[in-house]
Ligand binder design. Structure first.
Ligand code: NOJ
Length: 740
């Protein structure tokens, strides 16, 4: 009897498994039921009305179209209530296919974190994963399924306003960060209530727009594309990213949106990416203005054939795809493939089991008022701050300081600290921001007197506020001056030809300097700015970027030494715009300018070649000594790993963190190699006086590069190994040889 029962149990279990359909089977079954119109509907994405993130191109009755199954996804619908309302409409459609809700959750949802570029300055992968995790938790609780992040575009051009949204100029650092951010957004798995789909964007090479002008063309060699611009995208695929977004630019004459090589051959082919690709806002329709397609119909044809699965706000698939299929210009199999990729994600998210699973008032309320999120925002913000100068050790300030004058246009406003991509949450209280003034108030005790003057506006030419600022400064023991560019002077469509400190802010610094008071300069910006006079004449400079909800507290933590700054620049800061593009890992040229030698050398006669502040640079309140470099071998073959160890000691008075950076140079190659390339780093914390031994592993991948025929391979020969505190502050050197 027992045996019989066991056999029965086994049979039912096996049958149960057999009945459990895989997602692919469910997708196929659903596809069978769909009309061509319904299929095309899944490829169609419209914007909602809660926010606008591009030029509106569609004049449609969205509600009706959703009910007719003509829309597969919406962006810019924010909050549990609105996502629910739209989803209810989708549930009235014939096949009840749920909508996907996407949103630019770039650096936080309600709790805003530092700009991505600022966070990159932390070089703290755990911190960046955590900030993405928290953003996902908050957004997912509000009905959002999908963030259009991370932006993983490498950029060597600080004129480009979107540098604020990426990880800076370096491919290795950018790839590590890209991986961490995807993991953060997607969590353990899609379908978990605190996970959102990530979207690697903008595919590809958007960060190399000519002249740093947004939406501009890109002209680059295949080798540069593979070596410098593609690896962060590949890292997102390795991290399991659910979606990709293509880019507005053309690459060597072919718009990315219609670029088969980029989307089909590389992404879906070589990299075997199984998710779907969404166009950028209107980028399918914009191929007409590019001069690449004569009308919307041709644009739809070229985009879908090239592998753009979803049409964001162009109307091109909605208006033309059916006709293109009927005319046999687009095979039905291409449409089916795109639909399947999208449906698969809807199944993975669990939306067919419960289309409303992500929109819950209760969960939203809870997620948006979690004190742990605020705490993390403060910590990540402090880690993102970069100490550029502290010559007279004015910092950290004493909490006993009697009178502090806090001056400048950035001191009192709140909203600016959010930075460009902050989300306006409408019904939800999204005003929670600690201003810089409030942060200082929170920090000092009752005995410290705080004085304030605005001094000037950000873009003003008016100097009438200087007088009050000088008066206030004269009464203080220390002056803190908060200046920079407006928060919306970086971001999408915010390229600048002149990236100097705007307005009369530098004049204000000059006037305040005359008071003889110790002055701490805070520079707020979404990109590297140029501020040569300040850099040369002011002893204490802190680069604060835009730090998010907890900006004020985080700045105060650093100013008073409750957090010892540890940020390192993820981009080179130019001396003048004329040096751009500027990046540390350039080639040597046949006439390198050594020690700024200019005679028949590759140099500017009116400027040094070096940046004002180099990649990887940033100070601490303590000092670190590097020593004891040891290599496990001096010769290795390509199947071996070289172990490199070194000792780092905190030689100052404060506990602190250091980012130990390892660079390599392949001295001679079948194609020329950069003078140095970041290949590893470790961020470690040391108590005052403490030493630690760090070990790095160098395997064949770190020695490989794309050769003339685009094979990724190492070549035997000599390598320089450099370990340092920045790309321009190498403390330990050695060489080793790769043998055949
Ligand atoms: C255009 C931007 O380039 C892209 O990054 C963003 O995700 C979309 N607009 C949607 O807002």
């Amino acid at each position: 009897m027992r045996n019989l029962l066991a056999a029965l149990f086994l049979t039912t279990t096996i049958l149960g498994y057999a009945q459990q359909k895989t997602i692919d089977q469910k997708v196929d079954e659903l596809l069978q039921k769909m009309t061509l119109e319904e299929k095309i509907g899944q490829l169609n994405q419209y914007t909602g009305d809660n926010t606008v993130t591009g030029p509106l191109t569609i004049n449609a009755n969205k509600q009706q179209e959703i009910k007719e199954g003509k829309i597969g996804s919406m962006l810019n619908v924010i909050g549990w209530k609105y996502t629910r309302q739209y989803q209810e409409l989708a549930m009235q459609s014939r096949l009840k296919i749920p909508l996907l809700f996407g949103l630019d959750v770039i650096h936080g949802y309600k709790t805003t974190f530092p700009l991505p570029l600022a966070e990159a300055a932390s070089w703290d992968l755990n911190a960046m994963e955590l900030s993405a995790r928290i953003a996902a938790t908050e957004a997912a609780a509000s009905g959002i399924h999908w963030t259009f992040a991370p932006m993983v575009d490498i950029s060597r051009d600080p004129r480009w306003g979107r540098v604020m949204e990426g990880a800076g100029e370096d491919t290795y650092l950018g790839s590590r960060i890209a991986y961490a951010r995807v993991k953060g957004f997607q969590g353990n798995k899609l379908g978990d209530l605190n996970s959102v789909m990530a979207c690697a964007k903008h595919f590809a090479a958007y960060g190399a727009a000519v002249g740093g002008r947004d939406y501009n063309s890109v002209d680059m060699s295949d080798r540069m594309l593979w070596e410098t611009y593609l690896p962060p995208f590949k890292a997102t695929v390795d991290a399991g990213v659910a979606t990709f977004m293509n880019s507005f630019n053309d690459i060597n004459g072919i718009p990315a949106t219609a670029n088969k090589y980029i989307q089909r051959d590389i992404l879906k082919g070589k990299w075997n990416f199984q998710g779907f690709v969404v166009s950028d806002w209107g980028s399918i329709g914009e191929m007409i203005a590019h001069g690449y397609c004569k009308d919307g119909k041709e644009a739809a044809e070229k985009a879908v054939l090239a592998g753009s699965d979803m049409d964001m706000e162009s109307n091109a698939y909605r208006n033309h795809l059916a006709q293109l299929v009927n005319e046999n210009k687009v095979p039905l199999s291409i449409v089916d493939e795109a639909v399947k990729r999208i449906l698969r994600k809807k199944f993975e998210l669990g939306l067919f089991d419960d289309p409303y699973k992500f929109c819950s008032k209760e969960r939203q309320d809870k997620a948006l008022s979690n004190p742990e999120h605020t705490k993390a925002a403060r910590e990540v913000a402090a880690k993102s701050i970069v100490l550029l100068k502290n010559e007279k050790n004015i910092l950290p300030l004493s909490k006993e300081t009697k009178t502090i004058a806090f001056i400048g246009p950035m001191v009192k406003p709140k909203r600016i600290n959010h930075g460009f991509w902050a989300i306006d949450l409408k019904d939800i209280d999204s005003t929670y921001i600690v201003s810089q003034w409030e942060g200082l108030q929170n920090k000092v005790g009752k005995k410290t007197k705080l004085l304030y003057a605005k001094g000037c506006g950000i873009l003003d030419t008016d100097k009438s506020g200087f007088k009050e600022a000088i008066e206030v400064a004269n009464q203080a023991d220390v002056v803190i001056l908060s200046i920079g560019e407006r928060f919306d002077m970086s971001g999408e469509a915010k390229s600048r030809s002149n990236i100097h400190l705007p307005g009369v802010q530098e004049d204000l610094i000059k006037e305040l300097q005359k008071t003889g008071k110790p002055i701490v300069i805070l520079i707020n910006a979404g990109r590297p700015l140029i501020f040569n006079w300040t850099a040369d004449n002011m002893p204490t400079i802190v680069y604060t970027w835009w730090l998010g909800s907890e900006a004020g507290n985080a700045i105060a933590d650093v100013l008073f030494g409750d957090y010892n700054p540890s940020g390192k620049l993820p981009m080179s800061f130019p001396r003048e715009e004329g040096q751009i593009p500027i990046y540390y890992n350039h080639f040597s040229t046949g006439r390198p300018s050594i020690n700024e030698d200019k005679v028949y050398k590759s140099a500017y006669i009116d400027l040094p070649n070096s940046p004002k502040f180099p990649f990887g640079y940033g100070l601490s309140y303590t000092t670190f000594k590097y020593g004891d470099l040891k290599l496990s071998k001096t010769k290795i073959s390509s199947n071996e790993t070289l172990e490199v160890s070194m000792t780092i000691t905190n030689t100052g008075k404060f506990a602190g963190e250091e980012v130990v950076q390892l660079y390599l140079q392949d001295k001679f190659g079948s194609v020329v190699r950069p003078i140095m390339e970041l290949k590893d780093f470790q961020k470690i914390k040391l108590e005052a006086g403490e030493s630690k031994t760090l070990t790095f592993s160098i395997d064949n991948e770190k020695l490989s590069f794309y050769n003339q025929v685009l094979e990724f391979k190492s070549e035997p020969g000599e390598f320089n190994l450099m370990i340092g505190s920045s790309s321009a502050d190498i403390r330990l050197n050695s060489t080793f040889e790769l043998i055949p």
